[in-house]
Design a protein around this ligand. Structure first.
Ligand code: SAM
Length: 235
């Protein structure tokens, strides 16, 4: 049995490939999960699918695994990107964790006029995304971009990918599910400025939508929007 532990690794995965674990993974496997040599687990690296692996050796700060057989071929999650404005630390971390669980392929932080912009710790956000990918049985870890101004992000946006923009207090149609490549844009706690609304309206790929009659906090709006976008298409 391969067991329930699933780790993301950077190393290539192939039959009999030896994989060194990081000190944090060695600690997790040994001290937290009480595993040792001979125990089985699963590995993925975002490129070569999911592999069953065996612990060859495990010490306090290092260990070696051997990949045994492939359990799932690689499948890329490319369909959904999330553009979000950095929030307070806990809320941003929640958005990264939940967006990863909900299958987002790229998380793109945007800077807006009204967002209060704490410095983003991208390494910590990446670690949260890795953990959420391990837990949610994804085969990939989402990319987390460097923060950029909303206007710059819109300027570089691929025009063939609709950007579903959740705009509060607008007479926009309700968000409808899509399974085609798309982006979801969620604004800052303070809402979009008039200038930003004008800028959004200038781009043909931007599709304004409403998330309903209540004003949701930005992190709620991100989770709800991602869930609604992926709801089964009916009718
Ligand atoms: N301060 C703004 C106001 O009072 O009008 C509300 C901003 S809201 C807390 C943060 C973001 O969540 C918005 O910019 C929007 O992207 C999204 N959002 C929240 N509720 C929404 C709704 N009912 N429809 C569309 N977007 C919504």
């Amino acid at each position: 049995m391969h067991g329930s532990i699933r780790l993301h690794v950077a190393a290539p995965l192939a039959a009999e490939a030896i994989v060194d674990v990081t000190p944090a993974q060695a600690h997790y496997l040994g001290a937290v999960m009480r595993r040792g040599a001979g125990d089985m687990l699963r590995l993925f690296n975002g490129r070569e699918g999911e592999w069953e692996a065996r612990i060859v050796a495990l010490k306090r700060e290092r260990g070696q695994l051997v990949a045994v057989r492939r359990l799932r071929p690689q499948r890329d999650d490319e369909a959904l990107w999330l553009v979000f404005v950095p929030l307070k630390r806990d809320a941003t971390e929640l958005v990264v964790q939940k967006a990863t669980e909900l299958g987002v392929a790229a998380l793109l932080p945007a800077l807006t006029e009204r967002g209060n912009v704490p410095r983003l710790n991208i390494d910590r956000l990446r670690a949260i995304a890795v953990e959420a990918a391990e837990q949610s049985e994804r085969l990939t870890v989402p990319e987390i971009g460097e923060p950029q101004r909303l206007a710059a992000l819109l300027g570089a946006w691929p025009g063939d990918r609709p950007l579903i923009a959740a705009i509060e207090r607008a007479a926009a149609p309700r968000l409808r599910p899509t399974h085609k490549p798309a982006g979801l844009l969620i604004g800052p706690e303070g809402g979009f400025s008039p200038g930003e609304l004008d800028e959004l309206a200038r781009h043909a790929f931007v599709r304004p939508v409403s998330l309903g009659p209540r004003i949701l906090r930005a992190e709620t709006a991100a989770i709800v929007g991602l869930a609604l976008l992926q709801a089964p298409v009916t009718g």
